[in-house]
Design a protein around this ligand. Structure first.
Ligand SMILES: [Ca+2]
Length: 176
């Protein structure tokens, strides 16, 4: 800001977001907004509800010294007549940023599936065989994004896809 009229030198100090590269390098700092996305959500009880679609950008971020690792719980509802549910976690590949994914019952006590690969994405499909997951009955569930190894951090997006069945009701046929 400032009033610069005519000649002379002007020095512009731009602290706005546009002065920051949109796409941080993989080893760059994780944006605060991603760290704060839907926090607090470190327990199943405080999981924020998400609906089908893309969730994020979010992040697993470094905590204060001595604090437990960040972890992010999200809650979603499976409606009647659901054929399948897919939870996909995507993140940039970096050596200290491997994230994993688990699916739990609504209260977080019963693990239903987990995806703990070494790549830059994790996917749980229910019903599905790899990883094993039974069909999800109507109701609420939570999934958890967490560092594969203590201390690892990364930005991520989650894509939740709920495909309706062709059974009773609207009979909308198969999904995509
Ligand atoms: Ca968290």
């Amino acid at each position: 800001m400032g009033l610069v009229t005519g000649g002379g030198c002007s020095l512009t100090l731009d602290f706005s977001d546009k002065a920051i590269p949109k796409d941080a390098t993989p080893d760059g700092p994780i944006p605060a907004a991603a760290c704060a996305f839907q926090e607090p959500n470190d327990t199943a009880a405080t999981a924020m509800t998400v609906t089908a679609g893309v969730t994020g950008p979010a992040a697993i971020c470094a905590g204060s010294a001595g604090a437990p690792d960040d972890q992010d719980y999200y809650r979603f509802s499976v409606p009647d007549n659901t054929a399948s549910v897919v939870v996909q976690l995507d993140f940039a590949s970096k050596p200290t940023g491997d994230l994993d994914l688990k699916l739990f019952s609504s209260d977080g006590t019963m693990q239903l599936a987990q995806s703990r690969g070494f790549g830059d994405s994790e996917t749980i499909t229910c019903p599905g065989a790899s990883p094993t997951c039974a069909a999800l009955t109507t109701g609420d569930y939570v999934f958890l994004v967490f560092p594969a190894v203590t201390g690892q951090t990364n930005e991520y997006n989650v894509t939740l896809t709920i495909t309706a069945g062709s059974g009773s009701g609207s009979g909308s046929g198969s999904g995509v």
